[in-house]
Write a protein that binds this ligand. Structure first.
Ligand code: MN
Length: 257
């Protein structure tokens, strides 16, 4: 980073709840004191978009205000366009995604557009973080504690950087957090949660609902941290290889047909 960039780093903010989401505003306010903020966010909710990149049609960008862009694409599209086109001059020094309404822990990470925004930042070799908050019994969120933690953690990451290829998935529980735990990504078992109904012309349609699920109880996992009232910080990376399986599969002696 050049000296002025060191003093005033460029921070790309995206999300998957869409441009107007209150969590995005909270994250912008959180990181504004740390540098020059540019928002590049989907024009509508793209929760569950995962790491989709739009290839089959053009993308449109609206500059809603100076340095505030709405894109008719996914969070991954937003980070991609932000880094290569909209920010110019070498792109962002930091990518932050969120603050998502609802947790992104365990297997849900693989569906998350919020996490994918940070993943894309990492693939473009920028330090990146994703932030999500737990909803309360009424389905509502208080973004402020997560925003305060985001400011502290982003300042630290701007100062120290992250290991290359690693990004942070941060989840904040309801209420006053008891502390912060560095965790592993957990897993959960899902029950079927697809609603089947009949449309007015007699054809069935299907609606995938928020699944009832049983989270694991790994004491070092992200689920347990949230259950215990701690902020969960999970270091993630893009490479999905399961290294322990390499030897066993190698011994299968697979041959080309
Ligand atoms: Mn979302």
């Amino acid at each position: 980073m050049s000296d002025d960039r060191q003093e005033r780093p460029r921070i790309l903010v995206t999300n998957d709840d869409g441009y107007g989401a209150p969590g995005l505003e909270a994250l912008v306010r959180a990181v504004e004191p740390l540098g020059e903020v540019v928002v590049v966010a989907p024009d509508r909710e793209r929760s569950g978009a995962s790491h989709a990149l739009t290839l089959g049609r053009p993308l449109r960008v609206w500059e809603a205000a100076p340095g505030r862009y709405r894109v008719d694409g996914t969070p991954t599209d937003c980070v991609h366009l932000g880094a290569f086109n909209l920010l110019g001059d070498g792109g962002p020094d930091l990518v932050v995604s969120g603050i998502n309404r609802g947790l992104n822990v365990g297997d849900d990470v693989t569906y998350s557009g919020t996490v994918a925004g940070a993943l894309e930042g990492t693939l473009l070799d920028r330090p990146s973080l994703a932030f999500s908050v737990e909803t309360d019994d009424r389905g509502e969120c208080d973004f402020e504690p997560a925003a305060r933690f985001a400011r502290t953690l982003c300042r630290r990451v701007l100062g120290e950087g992250l290991e290359r290829g690693v990004f942070l998935n941060v989840n904040v529980p309801v209420g006053a957090a008891r502390g912060v735990r560095v965790t592993r990504q957990g897993c959960r078992s899902y029950q079927a949660a697809v609603v089947e109904r009949i449309d007015p012309s007699g054809r069935p349609y299907y609606w995938i609902a928020a699944a009832e699920s049983t989270p694991d109880n790994d004491p070092g996992g992200d689920h347990q941290a949230i259950r215990d009232g701690y902020i969960s910080v999970t270091p993630l990376h893009a490479n999905l290889t399961h290294t322990p399986s390499l030897d066993a599969l190698g011994r299968w002696g697979m041959e080309a047909p």
